[in-house]
Design a protein around this ligand. Sequence first.
Ligand code: DAH
Length: 346
Amino acid sequence: MSETNLLTQLEDMQQKALQAVSAIEDEAALQAWRTAHLGRSAPVMQVFSNLPKVEKELRPQVGQRANQIKQALEAAFTERSEAIKQTSLQRALTQAALDVTLPGRRPVHGRLHPTTQILREMVAIFAEMGFQVFLSPDVETDDLNFGLLNIPPYHPARDMWDTFHAATPGVVLRTHTSPGQIHAMRAYAPEPVRVVLPGMCYRYEQTSVRSDMQFQQVEVLAVGQHITFADMKGTLEGFARRLFGNNVQIRLRPSYFPFTEPSGEMDVECFLCGGKGCVICKGSGWLEIMGCGMVHPTVLRNGGYDPEQFSGFAAGIGPGRVAMLRYHIEDIRYFWANDVRFLEQF
Ligand code: DAH
């Protein structure tokens, strides 16, 4: 290779390298360029390693030129690197710019669960009639959940409540808030009682659109002297009218519960079919919202009252059912499915 030719090649290398670097837009491509043009096997670097083979008189000239080119490429690299940094900074500043004129973003507020809202409304209505809130445990003994409520172990009425039993014999998850009646009576006897007992209940049973294995209930209990069935009817109907409005159809029909005598159930006209009959109301046109009745003498005695002197009424209301009627919800299981798309509507 002639040395004049080598000098032309050097100029050529510089030109190509400088041309390439001017088109580079990002850091990765720039690093690749550095390896190709300034790395150990780059053409300019090869000139240095081949310098001993160059004719002696031309060696200084070739070496000097190669050095200048190497410096020029290094300078081009630094300059390009700076330019790329500037561009990306500029981009970051314009793209993620803070627009102080934008309206602020509202933080998401939590809210009360729909059945809690209904529950509080129910409690407020009873509070105006002189009832106090009384809390009792979710985990009960078999005796409190059944026995003391006039449902002995052999009694077929136990079939009405499929039960979650704890590993400890005789301990159950309450199937209703009714055991709270015993707690409340024992806390007050022989004074009169007027309480509501809200809380979660549990049933080991198949779920459906109108019943879940876990649900809230509000127990109502009034015990005193001269309390009659008329007091019960007036209180419960007054409550239902306050909750659903005066125009809603309500009915009280006879039923059976071991802890009340006589017993009844209160129904509200089905919201879905308007009384014609559908899946929600099992074709009856009515949706049951509570069981009720006059407290059984045995239960009064177990609570510490003399049934000859005292009488009372009790009821168990399902706020889930009430919320279904109020908001036209077609499946009670939505309440505990924990789907925000459902919950945030209330
Ligand atoms: N404990 C009953 C249940 O969950 C509901 C009930 C019915 C409660 C009649 C009462 C009552 O206080 O008097 O099935």
